[in-house]
Design a protein around this ligand. Structure first.
Ligand SMILES: Cc1cc2nc3c(=O)[nH]c(=O)nc-3n(C[C@H](O)[C@H](O)[C@H](O)COP(=O)(O)O)c2cc1C
Length: 192
């Protein structure tokens, strides 16, 4: 059974990144033996990293909140699909809080020299981003760099992304059949 984790970073339900993540998940589910879990960050209580250095001791975060559930989900996943709107040229604050809390993995790897997962580099990561501007240089650069670092700390290979410009109002992506299809196909290919 392959484990797929969808990490949904928008505070807006049924918005563009939500719709695309759902299509990617549907694509992944075309393979029968998958267990999919969609993590809706806005429904969780996740504090930002406070740089207390607590994780430097044991490689585990000392803040007791819903992030404690996500640590194991991330390292157990065969596939992680992250979806976020672009906010001020980066990922949403909700998603960034989750990523910053992965400093505990960083401490585990680079301070304590402990493994993150047994099968390092086998897990696959895919990123979906939506933005309102229809063009603009480096619209996705900041977010892609953040997600690259996130996948890297999780020993997860960044295998691809779907970076969609020109999507502003809620649900507008439903008018873009080709993008919906690309999300579905990406999800399918992640496991086939
Ligand atoms: C706080 C905030 C900041 C945003 N910043 C940008 C931005 O820097 N560039 C851009 O193109 N769109 C920006 N947008 C627009 C969203 O990225 C866009 O509407 C996106 O499709 C929303 O995705 P969602 O429907 O999944 O929430 C911003 C929207 C909000 C609410």
């Amino acid at each position: 059974m392959k484990k797929v984790v969808g990490v949904f970073g928008s505070p807006r339900p049924d918005g563009n990144s939500d719709i695309l993540l759902n299509h990617a998940i549907k694509g992944a589910e075309t393979r029968g033996d998958v267990a999919v879990e969609k993590i809706v960050i806005r429904d969780l209580h996740i504090a930002p990293c406070n740089s207390c250095g607590g994780c430097f001791e044991k490689g585990a975060c000392v803040i007791d909140d819903d992030m404690q559930i996500l640590y194991s989900r991330f390292v157990d996943a065969d596939v992680i699909i992250v979806a976020s709107p672009i906010y001020f040229m980066g990922v949403s604050a909700q998603l960034k809080a989750v990523i910053d809390r992965c400093q505990a993995f960083w401490a585990r790897k680079y301070i304590l020299h402990l493994p993150i997962r047994e099968d390092a580099g086998v897990a696959r990561g895919f990123f979906i981003a939506t933005a309102a501007r229809s063009n603009g240089e480096e619209l996705f650069t900041g977010a892609v760099k953040t997600i690259t670092a996130f996948f890297h700390v999780l020993d997860t290979k960044y295998v691809g992304d779907l970076l969609c410009a020109g999507l502003e109002e809620k649900g507008f992506v439903y008018k873009k059949q080709e993008i919906l299809q690309q999300a579905f196909d990406a999800g399918k290919q992640l496991l086939h």
